[in-house]
Design a protein around this ligand. Structure first.
Ligand code: FES
Ligand SMILES: [Fe+2]
Length: 468
């Protein structure tokens, strides 16, 4: 080996660190999917969707500075209840509206009193003479915003392309579902956190005794997902919604005659819905979403998760009532989701936060050595690349949701079905086939009206296995 040996060659020799010290740049190809600043391919793509910006609880009687998609903005709720997302620097002479005064209608700059409505319209310029026409000739930079169940959403794209909000049936099914807002801040690129959701194998390692063995009980408590997650699952990945989403099915034998099929879907560009967090695996029969969440870029090296925990009698009932543990940068399940632990705790019992943020501020894909278990991660990157390049057709499930009262069907679910085990490798084949069959039933729900979807699923599962 010479000093000119390249990183690829040197990765095949022992003690080859000398040759590899400098290979730490994010490549142009990697930036296509990781970078979301204004004008960038991913930034432009993400700006075609409603994105969560902050929690409603963060809007008080003073303005709130937010940073989303590399843009710094001032968010506020005026005293009539309208939500505004404005460029921070006053259109007059640049004073920041973070020091503005929230008014009955709009926000007033503290310096010379220009008053802005939520759409950027200038309502008053009090230092100007009567008859001044400045306010008729200038609009301040503004984005549309609305609040939904404790989250403020904004739209950052061209006004003419503003889409409908994607309304999933899981927001209101089962009846009595309460959406409780939360956020979590991560010091890493947004894509690492998005990929983590499709990287289901880690739940059998990071969230199980493989990484907390030997710890004292107090530290280990709260680090593990339920029993059911301990098995190495049989996983398959599929694209959904004409390439606008993807899902995995994870199959595990949970009893001699039962298979648990867990389905988790991601929708482009950055939405995910996950199923039960602490499954009582042998009993689940088509339970739906426990958490809906958006992975939102703040800048290249910081991101924020904003979303809802779903509380109802069916999903994680043992967690019902933990809503007070959800909120700004806090979540009610599984230690290791946030930055708030000590360094020693993080080292001795690492969680998702440590695993994702330590992949580097922006993970270097060209240094990875992917295996069979990484197919899902590479699939989501490919789907994002194709969507950004404009190669993905429109999602044909979307128009269905436009009918009165209709919603997008949710594939994310836990389904236990009765399938007798056959043992050994053949059983893993059988589990894979079972997952495909359950998925086929799930996908039928696109065509079933919202009110009947759940009953349809249950009766189809009964047809499949004769009932639990
Ligand atoms: S700088 Fe804002 S009103 Fe003058
Ligand atoms: Fe995890």
């Amino acid at each position: 080996m010479s000093a000119g040996t390249n990183a690829k060659e040197s990765s095949r020799i022992p003690y080859g660190g000398y040759y590899r010290r400098d290979d730490n740049e994010v490549s142009a190809a990697e930036r296509i999917v990781t970078h979301a600043g204004p004008g960038s391919p991913m930034g432009e793509y993400m700006r075609r969707f409603w994105q969560p910006v902050c929690l409603s609880e963060e809007l008080t009687d003073v303005p709130k500075v937010v940073q989303i998609l590399h843009e710094r903005l001032v968010a506020f709720r005026d005293r009539s209840g309208q939500v505004g997302l404005l460029f921070p620097h006053c259109s007059h002479r640049g004073t920041s509206l973070e020091f503005g005064i929230v008014q009955q209608r709009g926000i007033r700059c503290c310096y010379h009193g220009w008053l802005y409505d939520v759409d950027g319209r200038i309502l008053e310029t009090p230092c100007e003479p009567a008859g001044s026409r400045i306010k008729e000739t200038v609009f301040h930079g503004a984005y549309p915003a609305f609040e939904r169940d404790g989250i403020v959403f904004g739209y950052f794209g061209p006004p003419s392309e503003k889409p409908d909000f994607a309304e999933y049936d899981s927001y209101t099914i089962p009846e009595g579902t309460r959406l409780v807002p939360f956020s979590n801040l991560y010091e890493c690129n947004w894509l690492q956190v998005f990929e983590n959701l499709i990287d289901h194998f880690h739940s059998a390692v990071l969230h199980n005794n493989m990484t907390v063995d030997g710890l004292d009980a107090a530290l280990a408590a709260g680090m593990n997902l339920g029993e059911g997650f301990r098995e190495m699952p049989v996983i398959e990945w599929h694209t959904t919604r004409d390439g606008n989403g993807m899902l995995f099915t994870a199959g595990r034998r949970v009893a001699p005659d039962r298979v648990w099929v867990r389905t988790t879907e991601l929708a482009l560009p950055n939405y995910a819905a996950t199923a039960s967090l602490v499954p009582t695996a042998a009993e689940l029969r088509h339970t739906t979403v426990a958490m809906s969440r958006w992975q939102v870029p703040v800048d290249d090296e910081n991101m924020i998760v904003l979303g809802w925990r779903h509380f109802n009698d069916e999903i994680d009932p043992q967690h019902y009532g933990n809503a007070q543990d959800c909120g700004y940068d806090k979540i009610d399940f599984l230690e290791g989701q946030t930055r708030h632990r000590t360094y020693e705790e993080k080292q001795r019992a690492p969680g998702d936060y440590e695993a994702m943020t330590s992949q580097r501020p922006v993970a270097l894909h060209h240094l990875e050595n992917p295996g069979r278990s990484d197919v899902g991660v590479y699939l989501i990157r490919r789907l994002l690349r194709e969507a950004v390049a404009g190669k993905t057709p429109a999602d044909s499930t979307r128009p269905l949701a436009k009918a009165e009262g209709e919603t997008l069907s949710t594939y994310t679910s836990d389904n236990v079905v009765r399938v007798a085990g056959v043992g050994g490798e053949a059983d893993r084949e059988l589990i894979a086939t079972t997952c495909r069959e359950v998925l086929a039933i799930l996908k039928e729900t696109d065509q079933v009206p919202r009110q009947q979807r759940r009953a349809h699923m249950l009766s189809r599962l009964d047809e499949f296995d004769g009932g639990l």
